[in-house]
Design a protein around this ligand. Structure first.
Ligand code: FAD
Ligand code: NAP
Length: 864
């Protein structure tokens, strides 16, 4: 039995760096590696054309500046032999091989609760007893079985790209098949075609691919790195992908077609995956419409290269959004299909029936072959972990059973019920959505730092809690709403392996945000972990690390970085100017049919309004809209993106009213202006292009208050008729003692003290119980049907809920939306807080129901 502090499975990028760090931290460690040498991915994948697809400036270790100085890559995208040489160089430089047992597969792993140790059995040599067991076993290291009937009958040669023979394969003069057109197939096919007598490519799903433009590393990238290496690396660690490229901030609808094409051509010329995935326009990754614009340009390119139109179309991906499946960098891939010795078989039209002794038989043809190359991919993310079987944790539970419905982890690093087991780039971490080396270094550092901390504190076991793990799963699901990955069947979701539980496995929230979360777990006393040690020493800090929606977390983080003084300290004029400046930086709202500015009659003179008309043929129902701003701030234009969005989604006119503000005009001016505006709009509905029939009323925040009040006034004063009210985070009452006023008093932008200030400016204490400012105290029966949206992290949450409940108790039909993880501004920050879109869809649906109409403009749900 070999006794060590730590056993590390795998000797690729991850295992090597771990061994180096562990040794430096004074732990005894052994590396266990199935291969005969270091390299991992780059040991096994020796097929022709194998290279990295993240530029070598970035796809390198960064932990040692001296290593960066002594190693020079020869190309922008290094070949497999060069990357393997690099990893060998690293192993030698830090003298790592002496701690690695090669040719040694870990077979089983069992947790010994009494000893707080893992016992590993291996296929060669002594078993290992270790305190900590780290799977650095790779996300893409377990090749997928062929799954095609008859593979065993074939009399020719069979190869897997992921297990390519070291001595190479002679293909000259042979009839070769490649099955699979993922990154491996797309890299190998042009080189195999150049050598083989004939190549038949069997394609099930075409992929998006664009040119690598390999050659020397681009001068600008090298210059950026050389200028300030430490800063470049620091930026990479905080970027979304692990590559520090600026992302496009303009949205597709802000760019003309020529500008979009120019950006596309620039990204195409860059030959860079990250550039193409992030530098076209801001909505390319998360929105179907923005994505389709990019996808169309890539599709056009395929047709411009491939001469045979049928082959070109077969190579054109149409079943998944661009980027939802990993796109590929290609060198002569499409042009290869113009060669006379290359045939494409479209398996969507003629599935493979079987592999026979002589070749491959489809529904339409039999292809005689000498060689079959399987470029069919991997049992990704979980395959290598569950191939150690069993990994038996606390109470003998096997990880394969615990993961039967898909992997469950905390941070992609640990699993509840499996103390002292760590995974490097495990499912639930950014891993394959990132430049892997950056993610590997972050995980290795985090784990080794924790082991040091445990040793110093005298603990011998660390385990994630079930609460933390469930919270992480929820956060993962929230993040996945921000991307389009959920819309494609890929190895990211396990769809490539028959029978594998479906679900997005890598963490889609970005490398930088993820790193800050891992750091926050530590700064909050190892939140979500239980620690234990000898003599009953124990520490448990249960909880969920992220309760905010991911984009809300980012927005609040950015606001916190501004280090603003309390907003009320600006004074009314100062705060108005600040808000105007703040709004100027937000994404422009999406186009609507028409925008008209006009004037209506208020309670005491004219008021400005802005009308948003849908692009669909009218007349449309009219929604009278009241903006937010604590009765003090804003105007008829200040909720512009929100009005545009709801106008488009509901197919209704939104008429935003510029009511008068405090402190110049105190209570009940805003309320009376609101009611007067309602009457004027009802009288002028036809001129405004409105449909005959009752109006609708909507508002956000203090505007939600005015919307609620206006409905009550219309009811009490005999009209106009209102078909429904949409109240978004409304102010409904003058007391501040509901729990949300305490729970969310500070830290979520709208603070308790700001609300106090708004109230003071608008309304004297003596007037506050008047239903025209505290509608919760008004007569509620007979009010129009309502949709009330509240946000979890909003001081106004509970009074919104109270109003919804009180209306319901009074017999008003009420629907409630309690938005988990959202803050006061979530719904109005359109195209910033993307996760709020589901709520806005529901609001538009409610308005349509109130107005007795179906939705006018079909905006695909998945587009959000
Ligand atoms: P690996 O390199 O996969 O190493 C894991 C090792 O663990 C393997 O050697 C395996 O033999 C060993 N192992 C597994 N199970 C056991 C066991 N039970 N017992 C003993 N040993 C075991 N990522 C990028 O970011 N950029 C790229 O350009 C890129 N290109 C890629 C190209 C190819 C062809 C492939 C397949 C992947 C690519 N990747 C790329 C992902 C790549 O896997 C990672 O970048 C990185 O190499 C992973 O390193 P690792 O040490 O985590 O895992
Ligand atoms: P992959 O992306 O999973 O591609 C496998 C291909 O085989 C797909 O086209 C798949 O079709 C097809 N396939 C699988 N099973 C099949 C079957 N039974 N019958 C017919 N076709 C079948 O695997 P990969 O190409 O090895 O790449 C995996 C990942 O490794 C990449 O996404 C990338 O992250 C990394 N990689 C990177 C590079 C690089 O450029 N640096 C190179 C290689 C790999 P379906 O799509 O229909 O399932």
């Amino acid at each position: 039995m070999q006794q060590v502090d730590v056993a590390v499975v795998g000797a690729g990028f991850a295992g090597l760096y771990l061994l180096h760090r562990l040794r430096g931290a004074g732990f005894s460690a052994v590396g266990l590696e199935a291969a005969d040498d270091v390299g991992g991915t780059w040991y096994w994948n020796r097929y022709p054309g194998a290279r990295c697809d993240i530029q070598t400036t970035d796809y390198s270790y960064t932990f040692d500046p001296e290593l960066e100085r002594v190693w020079r890559w020869s190309e922008k995208y290094a070949t497999q032999p060069e990357i393997l040489r690099y990893l060998g160089f690293v192993a030698d430089r830090y003298d790592l091989r002496r701690d690695i047992r090669f040719g040694t597969q870990v077979a089983t792993a069992t947790w010994d609760e009494a000893q707080h140790r893992w016992l590993l059995t291996t296929t060669k040599g002594a078993p290992v007893s270790c305190r900590y067991y780290i799977m650095a076993s790779g996300c893409l290291s377990a090749p997928k079985p062929p799954e095609i009937a008859g593979a065993g009958d074939f009399k020719g040669e069979i190869y897997f790209t992921g297990r390519w023979p070291h001595e190479g394969v002679a293909l000259a003069g042979k009839r070769v098949a490649v099955i699979g057109t993922g990154s491996s197939g797309i890299q190998a096919i042009p080189l195999i075609a150049a050598e083989a007598a004939h190549l038949t490519v069997f394609q099930r799903t075409p992929n998006f691919a664009f040119p690598a433009h390999n050659g020397p590393s681009p001068a600008d990238r090298v210059a950026a790195l050389e200028k300030d290496r430490a800063d470049y690396r620091a930026q990479a660690r905080l970027s979304l992908t692990g590559v520090p490229l600026p992302r496009a901030t303009e949205f597709s609808w802000q760019l003309g077609e020529a500008e979009r094409r120019q950006r596309f051509e620039k990204a195409l010329a860059a030959g860079d995956l990250v550039a193409m995935l992030s530098q076209l326009w801001a909505d390319q990754g998360g929105d179907l419409e923005g994505n389709a614009l990019a996808a169309d340009l890539l599709r056009e390119r395929i047709h411009s290269i491939v001469k045979d139109p049928e082959t070109a179309e077969a190579l054109t991906p149409r079943d998944h959004p661009f980027g939802s499946k990993r796109p590929c960098l290609e060198t002569n891939y499409y042009a290869t299909f113009n060669r006379p010795n290359v045939t494409l078989v479209n398996l969507r039209q003629e599935p493979i029936q079987a592999i026979t002794a002589s070749g491959i038989k489809t529904d339409r043809r039999s292809v005689d072959l000498d060689v079959i190359v399987f470029a069919t991919g991997f049992d990704a993310m979980t395959g290598a972990i569950t191939s150690v079987h069993p990994i038996a944790g606390r109470g003998g539970k096997s990880i394969s059973d615990v993961w039967a419905d898909g992997p469950k982890t905390y941070l992609g690093l640990t699993v509840a019920g499996f103390p002292n087991l760590f995974m490097i780039t495990g499912p639930g971490s950014p891993s394959v959505f990132s430049n892997m080396v950056v993610s590997i270094e972050q995980h290795a550092d985090w784990v080794v730092d924790r082991l040091v901390g445990l040793r110093e504190a005298g603990f011998t076991a660390i385990e994630a809690t079930e609460t933390a793990q469930a919270g992480w799963a929820r956060h993962m699901a929230d993040c996945s709403q921000l991307t389009l990955h959920r819309l494609a069947n890929t190895w990211y979701t396990g769809a490539n392996v028959p029978g594998k539980a479906p679900g997005l496995m890598p963490y889609p929230g970005g490398v930088g945000p993820y790193r800050t979360i891992c750091d926050e777990v530590v700064s909050r006393g190892l939140l979500g972990f239980t620690l234990s040690g000898p003599n009953g020493a124990a520490q448990s800090n249960d909880g969920e690390i992220v309760r905010l929606q991911p984009d809300v977390r980012l927005v609040l983080g950015m606001l916190a970085e501004l280090n603003l003084p309390p907003l009320e300290s600006f004074g009314a004029q100062g705060l108005r100017a600040f808000v105007a400046q703040f709004n100027a930086t937000r994404p422009a709202g999406r186009p609507v049919g028409e925008i008209v500015d006009g004037t209506l009659a208020g309670a005491d003179g004219p008021l400005p309004y802005r009308l948003y008309r849908p692009a669909t043929p009218g007349p449309h129902p009219i929604v009278v809209y009241f903006h937010g701003g604590g009765w003090v701030l804003g105007d008829e234009q200040s909720d512009d993106p929100f009005c545009r969005d709801l106008c488009r989604r509901s197919g209704m006119i939104f008429l935003s009213v510029g009511y008068r503000h405090a402190p110049e005009h105190r209570f009940p001016t805003a309320a009376e202006d609101g009611y007067a505006a309602l009457r004027w709009i009802a009288e002028h509905a036809a001129e405004l292009g409105g449909r005959a029939g009752p109006l609708l009323v909507a508002g956000w925040s203090a505007g939600g208050n005015l919307a609620a009040v206006t409905c009550q006034l219309a009811h009490d004063r005999g009209g106009p008729a209102i078909a429904g009210q949409l109240l978004v985070c409304p102010v409904t009452d003058c007391t501040f003692d509901r729990p949300s006023y305490n729970d969310n008093a500070a830290g979520y932008f709208l603070t308790r003290s700001l609300m106090y200030w708004f109230w003071d400016l608008y309304c004297s204490p003596a007037d506050r119980t008047d239903p025209r400012v505290s509608p919760l105290r008004g007569r509620l029966s007979g009010l129009p049907p309502a949709f009330v949206a509240t946000c979890e992290f909003d001081p106004l949450r509970d009074e919104g809920i109270a109003y919804a409940e009180a209306m319901a108790a009074a017999g008003v039909p009420v629907e409630q939306l309690k938005a988990r993880g959202h803050f006061h501004s979530s719904f109005t920050m359109v195209d910033v807080v993307m996760t709020s879109v589901e709520g806005r869809i529901k609001m538009a649906e409610a308005l349509s129901r109130f107005a007795g109409q179906g939705q006018q403009e079909a905006i695909p749900r998945a587009a959000e």
